[in-house]
Design a protein around this ligand. Structure first.
Ligand code: ADP
Ligand code: MG
Length: 253
């Protein structure tokens, strides 16, 4: 997508669990070359919103458009294949495999095959292609020096970069990150921020759920604030920080 083009268009989405309204009439957009933060207190509905966008949960109402196409109701696999990638809050990797192998294992979506099937049934040429792509994405996130390290030996910040490299292998237009800075040291957060800025500048659209307010205010172009399932406000980092509503609801100042 061209820089500035709307990539994700969330339209009045709603999710109920029994009598509980977890997400109530939420709308926002993300654009190519933009980092959008999704913040709010615990229980605000951020993870549910994430799961609705990625098709992990079905919508109770509203719709989601990705690059103009309505994707509400599609399977999570179909949504991923269209170019929506995500990382999970808890890192999923095989500690006894190398960094490169771990990422190659996830580099399956383009061909539409399951990861394991791709690695097990891939002929030599396909396997080389998967490894080349994995290496390219690892270099892109600054992990070029760790290709042959065992994933189990990585520091937490490096594990998070591995996850991002794996998500990038599907060639997404939209990257959803679930608390990528949780548990990271200051230096690791800075490295993460640099990677996200680089991806953004290359035209990636990024949706970030993150509790670390310094990181959010530092790298987000736009922030959506949720509270009790509703849309509290949205704006630039400065507007959000100055908002009395947000302060009262969330920042606690
Ligand atoms: P956040 O990620 O902002 O902390 P969540 O989206 O996880 O918030 O949760 C929003 C609300 O929905 C919470 O009240 C939570 O308890 C509820 N909730 C989330 N998932 C489920 C579920 N699968 N079943 C029932 N209630 C849920
Ligand atoms: Mg959550």
């Amino acid at each position: 997508p061209a820089q500035g083009e709307v990539v994700l268009d969330v339209q009045s989405i709603r999710k109920t669990f029994g009598g509980l309204v977890a997400v109530n009439d939420i709308s926002f957009q993300t654009r190519a070359g933009q980092v959008v933060g999704l913040i709010g207190p615990n229980g605000a509905g951020k993870s549910t919103t994430f799961n609705l966008v990625t098709g992990v949960l079905s919508l109770s109402g509203g719709n989601v458009r990705f690059r103009g196409e309505a994707i509400g109701g599609l399977s999570s696999r179909a949504i991923a294949e269209r170019g929506v990638s995500r990382t999970f809050q808890h890192v999923k990797m095989v500690p006894g495999m190398t960094v490169l192998e771990n990422v190659a294992l996830g580099a399956h979506l383009r061909g539409g095959k399951g990861a394991m099937a791709a690695m097990l049934h891939a002929d030599r040429a396909e396997e080389r292609q998967l490894l080349r792509e994995a290496e390219r994405q690892l270099r892109r996130v600054g992990m070029g020096d760790y290709l042959h390290e065992l994933a189990g030996n990585l520091a937490m910040g490096q594990q998070r970069l591995l996850e991002i490299a794996r998500a990038l292998c599907a060639d997404p237009a939209l990257l959803l990150l679930d608390e990528p800075a949780a548990g990271l040291r200051h230096k690791e957060k800075q490295a993460l921020a640099d990677v996200l800025r680089t991806l953004r500048n290359e035209g990636m659209s990024i949706l970030l759920v993150e509790h670390d307010m310094d990181l959010v205010m530092d790298i987000c172009d736009h922030i959506v604030v949720m509270e009790f399932g509703t849309h509290l406000m949205e704006g630039t980092p400065a507007e959000v920080q100055e908002s009395p509503k947000v302060r009262a609801a969330y920042l606690g100042t």
